[in-house]
Design a protein around this ligand. Sequence first.
Ligand code: ATP
Length: 473
Amino acid sequence: MAALRPVLMIIDDDPLITDTLHFVLSKYFEVCVAESYTQLKSLLQQLDSPPALALVDLGLPPTPHTPEEGFKVISALLTHSPTIKIHVLSGQSDDVNVKHALALGAVDFIAKPCDVEKLKDMLLNALKVQDVELNEMRVEQEHGGLLGNSLPIQALRMQIRQFADSPFPVLIEGESGSGKELVASSFHFASQRLLYPYLSVNCAAVSPLLAESILFGHAKGAFTGAVAAHAGYFEDAGDGTLFLDEIGELPLELQAKLLRVLENGEYQRIGETQTRKSRARIVAATNRDLRAEVRAGKFRSDLYHRLSVFTVHVPPLRELAEDKHLLRDHFIEFYTKQIDKLPFKLDAKAEVRWLDYDFPGNVRELRNVVIRLIAKYSGKTVKESELTAEFDLSEQAFSTDAFDFSDDASMTAQAQKHLQRQANVSLDAVLKSWERAYIDAAMKMTHGNLSQAAKLLNVNRTTLYSRMNTQED
Ligand SMILES: Nc1ncnc2c1ncn2[C@@H]1O[C@H](COP(=O)(O)OP(=O)(O)OP(=O)(O)O)[C@@H](O)[C@H]1O
């Protein structure tokens, strides 16, 4: 993918300027010229590697006397190549334009007419700065990204390195808070695509009505409210990475469209007949058991097979015992600096407790516990009871993983553990929370169908209904 010389885009409609700059600067850069925003858009699609630098004139056709087209060019360049260094080269050098161009993300403004030698030096300098920044990004990703020395995390890092440059999709599985999003971005930053955009969509958070337009875009007038044409995430991701979080939540109709993109790269904006091609790498994540979703008819099996060419599993924190200390120290250092507080320490018993706790909410929970402890015990030593007060013990005592139903003796042992760990246990509250968990699970599994849920729980419909009402009291 890498070109021999860095690519410099010049976007200017004055041939005298573009010819002169091309002549002088092509010794140092691979120079590509566009006269307008439209030409730039098609040129960007043909490039083999993302442009490193750009010189942008603000007054461009069809409205050369206002800066609007130039502003559009700046935004388009940054969407395509987030690390690009843009210099504005324009006769429209009044203060308002300069400020707006810089606010959009340009690094500097050079008024016309300019000294070409000086311009060349500025560009070479910007290139050096960009190099330093890219190196920093790589180092940060390597050391600050996915933390952990445990064997499962080392294996995960190795898988990321192995699969990073493959064009095939990746499916990331793991519990909530275990670091799936971090793994997804690690795939991007470990790959050749790191100069291109990394975009992330949470399929659970987008309204099913808007999801198609958000992912694939729409034409002007495609539906009520579509006042302008709009590019979707697939288009904006270009040659970068598109992370589809909570993929199990994608509506079935859209699953068919996603399958088509994964099979041949093709998709259409809503309201358009023209077929577009996606070049983005797809990384998807789920905390559901997608195979079970396939069996339940809620996830297409052909899509599952396409997505799971490479599947990586992010381990839950309870399996990474030794990393619990390392992660705690990392978050203490990070957040004490952020909020200008002193770190806390754990006394010996609290240290043991820290290691013993399962962190059902995984690294996210650990991070939140650290934030709370810094707020409460900055510069102090935390005792075991103070630490335990921050833990979610009801979750731990009753998480299905922790609870062994196989015989009475292990249930008694679990109950004993619960009673030892938590003061003021109420039998009524325990039974009620179990009942609620079973009712919620049955309603979820039957998509809210009361009769089917009652069957699953072996009670009659009216009993289930009245128990649900008592739960709400
Ligand atoms: N190994 C790790 N090293 C450093 N930070 C981590 C690690 N794992 C997770 N984190 C941090 O924990 C938090 C939660 O991680 P993330 O959002 O990636 O989890 P997730 O699995 O995507 O969760 P969800 O399924 O709820 O979306 C983030 O702040 C993330 O940076």
